[in-house]
Design a protein around this ligand. Structure first.
Ligand code: FMN
Length: 389
C-alpha cells in the first residue's frame, strides 16, 4: 500500500479530534415511535409533525436526518411513509438539513436510483444522501415477489449496488460501465451529474449493517459506516475491523463512522434511568419477540452466525437498533462525557433517537450540545498539546 493511502486513512482518524462531531436524528416516518413499548411517546409519524421536527432539528445542531425504509406493517410499525420521497419533502421544507434516505438493493435498480438521487440533489442543492441497507425482513421481499437471498449474497449485491451508484455519478465521457453478477450498466450517461459541493465527490453513501459481511462492505465501498448501538468496546472493535478492510482495499477516500444511540437526557439522572425502566417494563412483548425471530432468521445465514443483533437481549431489542447500549441516558453532562469518549474512539457522527422527538430535540440543542462542544474544545486542546510536546 502506498504511503499516501495510509496518510489518508490516518488523516481520517485525526479528523475526529479536530472536526466537530456531527449529529443526525432518526426521522419518525414509521408509526409506533423508536421504541416498541406502550409507554407514552409524544412523537408522530405524519408529514406535518415531521416538517416541524426537521425545522427544529436544523436549528438545534442536527446536520442530518435519516429516514427509515419499511414497506409494510411489522412488529409495532403499522404505518410507514416511504423513505426517498419523505426525505426529499423534508429537505425541501428546510434550508440546511441533509437528508439520508434508506434504500434496499434488490428492490431498487441502482442506475434508476442514481438518476432519482441526482435529480433530488439538484432540487435540494446538494443535500441528499443515501443509506444502503441489505434488509432483515424476508416478508418484505417475498410479498413483492422478489427473491430473498442468503445473507452474504445480499451483501455482495449491496457492494455492487454501491459501486454502480458511484460509477454513474462520476463516470466521464462515454458514460458509466459496470459488469457484475447482479448489475450491469453500459454507456449509462447520467446528465446532469449531482451538484458540485466542495469536499463531496458525490451524494454521500451511508451503509446500515454490522455483520462481518457488512463490515467488509463498509471498509471497501461506503463513505459512512453506521453502527447499531454499542458500548465502548463493541464500537471500537467495529471501527478497527472496518478500517482494516479499508486499508486492505487501498481506498483513497476516508470511511467515516456514525453510531446509533437512544437519548434520554433529563436534568436529573434518576428521572432518565426511571424513564428507561418504564420503556422496558411497558415493552410490547409479542412485537419485540416477533422482531427478534425475524432478525435472527436474517442473521443466521451469515457464514459466522454474527448478524447485527446476535448478542442483543430482549431489553436491548425494545429499541430495535440497540440504542440503549450506547447509554446516552442521564444528565446532559453525563451524556456529553460519553459522546466525547465515542468521538475519541472514532465516531464522526451520532445518530439519535428520542421518546418525545420534538421537545427532546430542542432540549438537546439547548442543554446537551453546548456541553459537548465545550468538551470537544478541551479535547482538541489536549491533543494539540500532546502533538506539540
Ligand atoms: C443505522 C441503521 C439503519 C438501518 N435502517 C434500516 C432501514 O431503514 N430498513 C431496513 O430494512 N433495515 C435497516 N437497517 C438494518 C439493515 O438492513 C440490516 O438488516 C441489519 O444491519 C442486519 O444485518 P447484519 O446482521 O448483516 O448487520 C439499518 C441498520 C442500521 C445499522
Amino acid at each position: 500500500m502506498s504511503d499516501s493511502t495510509i496518510d489518508n486513512l490516518d488523516t481520517t482518524l485525526n479528523a475526529q479530534v479536530t472536526e466537530p462531531l456531527k449529529f443526525a436524528y432518526w426521522v419518525p416516518n414509521v408509526s409506533g415511535g423508536l421504541v416498541t413499548s406502550t409507554i407514552e411517546q409524544r412523537t408522530d409519524w405524519g408529514y406535518d409533525y415531521n416538517v416541524k421536527l426537521a425545522q427544529t432539528a436544523e436549528n438545534n445542531g442536527f446536520e442530518y436526518a435519516l429516514s427509515q425504509i419499511r414497506y409494510m406493517a411489522s412488529y409495532g410499525a403499522d404505518h410507514q411513509h416511504e423513505a426517498t420521497s419523505f426525505s426529499l419533502a423534508l429537505a425541501l421544507a428546510t434550508e440546511r438539513l441533509k437528508v439520508i434516505a434508506a434504500v434496499h438493493p434488490g428492490l431498487w435498480q441502482p442506475a434508476v436510483l442514481s438518476k432519482w438521487l441526482a435529480t433530488a440533489d439538484h432540487l435540494t442543492k446538494g443535500r441528499i444522501a443515501v443509506n444502503v441497507v441489505s434488509g432483515w425482513l424476508k416478508d418484505e421481499f417475498t410479498s413483492m415477489g422478489e427473491p430473498w437471498l442468503e445473507h452474504d449474497e445480499r451483501y455482495r449485491r449491496s457492494d455492487e449496488f454501491i459501486r454502480v451508484l458511484r460509477e454513474a455519478w462520476t463516470a466521464g465521457e462515454g458514460g458509466a460501465e459496470f459488469s457484475g453478477d447482479f448489475y450491469r450498466v453500459h454507456g449509462f450517461d447520467l446528465k446532469p451529474k449531482p451538484v458540485d459541493v466542495p469536499g463531496r465527490p458525490h451524494p454521500e453513501i451511508f451503509q446500515g449493517g454490522n455483520s462481518t459481511a457488512a463490515r467488509r462492505n463498509g471498509g471497501r465501498v461506503s463513505d459512512w459506516y453506521f453502527s447499531n448501538g454499542k458500548d465502548y468496546a463493541g464500537f471500537t472493535e467495529q471501527v478497527e475491523e472496518v478500517l482494516g478492510h479499508a486499508k486492505t482495499a487501498q481506498r483513497l477516500q476516508p470511511v467515516r463512522f456514525g453510531l446509533n444511540g437512544f437519548m434520554i437526557a433529563r436534568d436529573d439522572e434518576k428521572e432518565a434511568r426511571d424513564t428507561l425502566r418504564e420503556i422496558i417494563e411497558k415493552a410490547n412483548k409479542p412485537a419485540v419477540e416477533g422482531f427478534r425471530d425475524a432478525v435472527q432468521q436474517a442473521g443466521n445465514s451469515t457464514g459466522d452466525k454474527r448478524g447485527m443483533w446476535a448478542d442483543s437481549s430482549f431489553s436491548d431489542l425494545v429499541q430495535y437498533n440497540d440504542g440503549f447500549k450506547t447509554q446516552f441516558i442521564g444528565t446532559p453532562e453525563q451524556i456529553a462525557d460519553r459522546a466525547i469518549e465515542y468521538k475519541r474512539r472514532g465516531a464522526n457522527l451520532l445518530l439519535l433517537g428520542f421518546l418525545h422527538f420534538q421537545e427532546e430535540v430542542e432540549y438537546f440543542g439547548k442543554n446537551v450540545l453546548p456541553i459537548i462542544r465545550e468538551k470537544e474544545a478541551e479535547l482538541a486542546g489536549r491533543e494539540l498539546q500532546l502533538t506539540t510536546v
